[in-house]
Design a protein around this ligand. Structure first.
Ligand SMILES: [Zn+2]
Length: 255
């Protein structure tokens, strides 16, 4: 059965994902930072909340859980350290929910507890604030080494994997990506496509891993064009992919 994934906009630029098997009304929620839009969506779509999945502890990903649990008695799957979690998930675990099997990947960097949930049957990944469309999360807790390793794990998933990240940052991310790689024609093409989608107020997510591999500078720190741009920016040679990644992450922070 194919999965149906609904996108629930929250706050200014978050997406809460709600999915279920086609024809089934038991729905699973990913990263409910807010409860009000979730409750509205469940009513509108005629779905029953079955479980909650959490990627990391930030308030815009967990802030709605308490109120949802007052209304619905459902299990919460996520990292240790999120107090509402009833089933602690860690790297290598398998999670079977709503007829879909997910592999749990530890992807530290944005936070130390960050998890991603990958299903190879679709394939798709709920990756929170680790990999964004044309970007990646800020390093609040982890090191560049950790984040580069996490992004490299996501980069190794099947190239047709749909990327369900949690923020609509794509347009701003592409502006930065073009500053790093102005001559990347696939990136230029993506820029035009995303500008068109946003003009029509359409979400730019999910993206596809193959387009991230060809246009996302943070997945391309192993490419010569990104290494050259990083060295021009920092003014000295780099000696590793991690260093290239670190330079462009810092460049983006002050962009
Ligand atoms: Zn976060």
């Amino acid at each position: 059965m194919p999965l149906v994934v609904h996108n629930i906009p929250a706050f200014t630029d978050n997406y809460i994902w709600l999915f279920h098997q086609q024809g089934d009304t038991d729905a699973i929620l990913v990263d409910p930072g807010d409860s009000t839009p979730v409750i509205e969506a469940l009513e509108q779509l005629g779905l029953q909340l079955h479980a909650i999945i959490v990627t990391h502890h930030h308030p815009d990903h967990v802030g709605g859980i308490d109120r949802l649990l007052q209304k619905f008695s459902v299990p919460v799957y996520g990292p240790m350290g999120v107090p509402q979690v009833t089933y602690i998930m860690k790297d290598g675990d398998t999670l079977n929910l709503g007829g879909t099997s997910f592999e749990v990947l530890a992807v530290p960097g944005h936070t130390l507890d960050h998890l991603a949930y990958f299903s190879d049957s679709e394939p798709l990944v709920f990756c929170g604030d680790t990999l964004f469309a044309a970007g990646c999360g800020r390093l609040f807790e982890g090191t560049p080494e950790q984040m580069w390793a996490s992004l490299s794990r996501l980069a190794a998933l099947p190239t047709n994997t749909k990327i369900f990240c949690t923020h609509e940052y794509t347009e701003a991310n592409i502006k930065f990506a073009l500053a790093v790689e102005p001559d990347n024609s696939l990136l230029q093409q993506r820029s035009r496509q995303v500008a068109q989608q946003r003009k029509q107020l359409q979400p730019t997510l999910p993206s596809i891993l193959s387009e991230e591999l060809s246009t996302n500078p943070f997945l391309r720190a192993n490419q010569k064009s990104i290494k050259d741009a990083a060295e021009r920016h920092c003014g000295h040679p780099t000696t590793s992919e991690t260093e290239v990644f670190s330079v462009i992450r810092q460049w983006k922070d002050s962009f």
